[in-house]
Design a protein around this ligand. Sequence first.
Ligand SMILES: Nc1ncnc2c1ncn2[C@@H]1O[C@H](COP(=O)(O)OP(=O)(O)OP(=O)(O)O)[C@@H](O)[C@H]1O
Length: 228
Amino acid sequence: MILFNNVSMVYENGTKALENINFYIDKGEFVFLVGSSAAGKSTIIKLIMRELVPSEGTIIINETNTSFLTHKQIPYFRRKIGVVFQDFRLLQNKNAYDNVAYAMEIVGASRREIRKNVPNVLSQVGLTAKAKMFPSQLSGGEQQRVALARAIVNSPAVLIADEPTGNLDPETTMEIMQILDDINKRGTTVVMATHAEKIVNMMQKRVIEVDHGAISRDEKKGGYNYVN
Ligand SMILES: Nc1ncnc2c1ncn2[C@@H]1O[C@H](COP(=O)(O)OP(=O)(O)OP(=O)(O)O)[C@@H](O)[C@H]1O
C-alpha cells in the first residue's frame, strides 16, 4: 500500500529533510506520524501525495512508483488519496454540501452519483443537518467534518491527515478522532501526522517517529513517547 524504500529527500536549497528512511504501511492500517518540529513529517506527507519526488530511493503508493508518474497521471493518482489539514481549507463561497460535491465534480462524477454519495458522507461525519451552512457559519470541528467528508467522498484508499486536530479543543478533537477511527474501520488506510500527545497515547495505534530526518521508532501499538 505505502512503501518507502531507502528514501532520502534533499530540498533544492540543500536542506537534508530525510535520510535513508524505510517503512511499509499495509492496507487498512492506522498510523500516527510523530516527531518534533522540522523532523520531516510534512516532507513524508508531501512525498506520499507526490507533491515531491524523493532525491533517492523508491516510494510505492497503491502499487505505483511515484517517481515515474507523468504530470498528466498525477491527478488520477491523487484521486486515491484523501487529505485533510489543520486549517480545513474549505471553499468559503460554497456551503458544506457543495464543498463535498465539488470534490466529486472535479473528478467527473455523474449528478446521480453526487446526489447519492454527498448525503452519505455528510451523514457519516454527523453533518446532515448543517449541509446548507457555509464554512463561516460552522464551528472549527464542523468545518473539519466537512473537510473529512470531502476527503473520503471519492472512496480513497488512503486518508492523510496533517495535524487535523491542531486547531480544535479537546472535546472536538475526540469527536474528530472517532470519525477518523470509523473511516479506518470501514477499510481506509489512515496516516495522521500529529503533535497531539494525549490522542496518540489514548488510541494505541502504530506509531512511526521521525527524528532529524530518520525513523527513530516504529511501534505496533505505541504512545507518543517511547516507554521502556
Ligand atoms: N520547501 C522546502 N525547502 C527547503 N527546506 C524545507 C522545505 N520544506 C521543509 N524544509 C526543511 O525540511 C526539514 C523537515 O521539514 P518538515 O516540514 O518535513 O518537518 P515537520 O516534521 O513536518 O515539522 P512541523 O512539525 O514543524 O510541521 C526542516 O529542516 C525544514 O526546514
